[in-house]
Design a binder for this molecule. Structure first.
Ligand SMILES: Nc1ncnc2c1ncn2[C@@H]1O[C@H](COP(=O)(O)OP(=O)(O)O)[C@@H](O)[C@H]1O
Ligand SMILES: [Mg+2]
Length: 209
């Protein structure tokens, strides 16, 4: 382990040196107190199943994993660029050229996911990195779909999720576009011109132009 990169209620994420791959990696390790919860283990297996079949320059790559207790983990390529959330916190506003690059690359990643019948369902600044190429992280809420998906419970991040992602909604590819264009009500927000730039890109893409 080299250092801590973050994490949430289910996982902690570390930067580490991988002796097999001989490179730096990010290791996403399940928190020990969550290992015995069926729902968390099912989520781990779903995340692995989805991440292992996706390959796109703007999606973080899963390298290998181990589902065995006591600490199931997945090894991901290490992305050295900070997340958009960290950039907003540490540096400030994302410039218009940067937001254009982010918008185009994230739409490319989402177009790829959707055409492979996968919804991300948690597109937000903490799950998108800066850099070139920027990467979309975190498939922990991702779902395979073959038509409209009715959620059995609320999932996602309140500040970025579309209304249908609240209780019992029907979600689809457009739900991910909402996450991309959503302006957070917190200080770490896309500033107004950037929000419109991103919305404009989405509008053009949704019309197929
Ligand atoms: N491959 C990676 N490279 C660098 N940092 C990462 C990587 N994956 C995750 N992180 C960091 O860890 C945080 C949590 O990882 P994430 O996959 O989003 O887990 P969670 O499901 O807990 O939100 C991210 O917001 C990011 O800061
Ligand atoms: Mg996350």
């Amino acid at each position: 382990m080299i250092n801590d990169l973050g994490g949430g209620s289910r996982y902690e994420v570390f930067r580490a040196w991988d002796r097999q791959l001989f490179c730096q990696v990010a290791v996403k390790v399940m928190r020990p107190n969550r290992v015995h919860e069926d729902r968390v283990m099912d989520g781990f297996e779903r995340e692995i199943g989805i991440a292992s079949r996706l390959q796109h320059p703007n999606l973080v790559r899963l390298l290998r994993w181990n589902a065995a207790p006591p600490r199931p983990y997945m090894v991901l390529e290490y992305v050295s660029a900070q997340t958009v959330a960290a950039h907003l916190e540490n540096i400030g506003e994302v410039s218009i050229p940067e937001v254009c690059l982010l918008g185009i690359r994230m739409l490319s990643a989402l177009q790829y996911m959707h055409s492979n019948h996968v919804l991300h369902l948690d597109v937000k600044p903490d799950n998108v990195t800066m850099g070139d190429p920027p990467r979309l992280l975190d498939f922990s809420l991702a779902q395979a779909f073959s038509g409209p998906v009715r959620l059995r419970h609320t999932m996602g991040t309140a500040a970025y999720m579309p209304p249908e992602q609240f209780m019992h909604g029907v979600v689809g590819p457009e739900s991910d576009l909402f996450g991309l264009t959503r302006r957070s009500s917190t200080r770490s927000s896309w500033k107004t011109p950037n929000r419109f730039t991103t919305r404009w890109i989405c509008h053009r893409c949704s019309r197929g132009s």
